[in-house]
Ligand binder design. Structure first.
Ligand code: SF4
Length: 453
């Protein structure tokens, strides 16, 4: 199995201190019958080289899909079957089918045994359409196959999202029904990880129903009861602040960072993007959300978008000022990216706003750092330049140090503050990919780290 990396080496999550292991491949490996030997080749650590195999499997996001097709070409030349799953191939199965022998559309859990059976009988089909499976009895991932260089482990406790944000394909790929992995299985997965820090990769670990929030609380309590606490990060909607019991148990189990999709401080943009949960909270109440999370010594990671409808260089500048001034510890601001399978992509296509459509090559540009569409109120060049200028402001070292001290003051937790500072450095390194601009935590803050340690 191959975990590919974008050829341009651009985009988020390329810094080795912030990447996390390919969980979906480790689950597929666990679903593969025991008479197969499975290996994961991970381009996060070294470029893939051709190696003999009986079957080669890929998972891929949009920005890495071209690399998959490139690797698959070598195998197809040698008559070795290839199969692909994951979000991009599920959204564009016809495209994937041109470059890969078999395409699994949807979550592979219940159909993987048929794929393997068909490979063993030399009758691989072109398309396998999977139904949305339950998360009950999904085997624990083969974490023994991960590259040992990962600093974070990863766990998934829920899937699906009932929301319909315009730029997101989660509800199309994972469905709008919120599915829960049994608590004891999630605790086992969490406890088994050898890593000191963990990402809970759910799109929203707390959900929107009583059942979902009880599931989250039981999971956190279970970690505490088992004495398996370790520092972890995860994504939630802003409604997490409505429920102190969730935050209390999250903190007790080791939560140090909550990722919030804030997107914008302007209500009309939230409405356009259909970011319903933030509209319901109310822009003027955001501050209370940050305060509540901080009360439990947890970082707020705020994810914002540059380039929403009506954005101009001026509104982007104002958004950056908001992010710098607000009590947001970890700052993420990325370029609006119309991924296939989203309503946004369809809208931009209909309006002829897409700038790069020489697919699959151009998918590499869909990496949240490059402008790939024509904005309404500025030129694409103006927008790209404005984004770089604002990233320079956002991730200026003096600003990062100010943020660090503020987080330390608010949370009074050095571990939380150091995590925030290092995450901001990783964000900096993700947008400024050239070596000279990369910042290194140890070099910047050695005395401070010594003091805290
Ligand atoms: S952005 Fe978050 S809340 Fe919106 S649809 Fe995607 S996963 Fe759901």
């Amino acid at each position: 199995m191959v975990n590919p990396v974008n050829n341009r080496r651009k985009g988020l999550m390329l810094d080795k201190h912030s990447i996390y292991p390919p969980l979906s491949l480790a689950v597929i490996a666990a679903l593969t019958p025991g008479h197969w030997d499975v290996e994961i080749h991970d381009e996060n650590f070294e470029p893939f080289k051709f190696q003999e195999a009986d079957l080669v499997g890929f998972t891929s996001l949009t920005a890495t899909i071209n690399r998959c097709y490139e690797i698959a070409k070598e195998y197809r030349k040698n008559k070795i079957p290839t199969v692909i799953g994951g979000i991009h191939a599920s959204m564009l199965p016809q495209e994937a089918g041109q470059y890969i022998d078999a395409v699994v559309i949807g979550e592979a859990k219940e159909i993987w045994s048929k794929v393997i059976h068909d490979v063993e009988h030399s009758r691989l089909e072109k398309y396998y359409r999977a139904k949305l499976p339950s998360m009950v009895n999904t085997p624990s991932p083969r974490i023994d196959l991960y590259h040992p260089g990962y600093e974070f482990g990863s766990v998934q406790t829920t899937r699906g999202c009932p929301m319909t944000c315009e730029f997101c394909s989660v509800h199309t790929f994972n469905g709008s029904k919120y599915r829960l992995r049994p608590v004891d299985q999630s605790i086992n997965d969490f406890a088994a990880l050898p890593h000191e820090r963990v990402y809970i990769v759910d799109d929203n670990f707390v959900g929107y129903s009583k059942k979902a929030r009880n599931h989250a609380v039981d999971f956190f309590k279970g970690i505490v009861e088992r004495g398996a606490q370790k520092n972890w990060a995860g994504s939630a909607s802003m409604n997490i602040a409505d429920d102190e019991e969730v935050l209390e148990w999250a903190a007790k189990s080791g939560c140090k960072l909550v990722f919030l999709g804030i997107e914008s401080e302007l209500i009309d943009q939230l409405e356009q993007a259909n970011k319903y949960v933030n509209i319901k909270i109310g822009v003027d109440k955001y501050r209370q959300v940050y305060d509540m999370i901080h009360k439990y010594e947890i970082n707020v990671m705020g994810a914002f978008i540059y380039g929403l409808d009506n954005d101009t260089p001026e509104t982007i500048y104002n958004r950056t000022s908001y992010i710098l001034d607000a009590d947001i510890d970890i700052m993420q601001a990325t370029i609006l990216t119309p991924l296939p399978g989203t309503h946004l992509y369809n809208r931009f296509k209909e309006n002829n706003q897409l700038l790069y459509t020489n697919y699959p090559e151009d998918w590499e540009r869909y990496n949240y750092i490059e402008v790939v569409f024509k904005p309404q109120k500025m030129s694409a060049d103006e927008f790209q330049q404005s984004a770089y200028e604002n990233w320079e402001r956002l991730y200026d070292l003096q600003n990062l140090k100010k943020k660090f001290l503020k987080t330390l003051k608010i949370t009074k937790n050095p571990t939380t503050a150091v995590w925030a500072f290092s995450s901001n450095l990783h964000m900096h390194n993700s947008v400024f990919e050239d070596e000279q601009n990369l910042l290194d935590l140890q070099k910047i803050f050695p005395q401070l780290l010594d003091k805290i340690e």
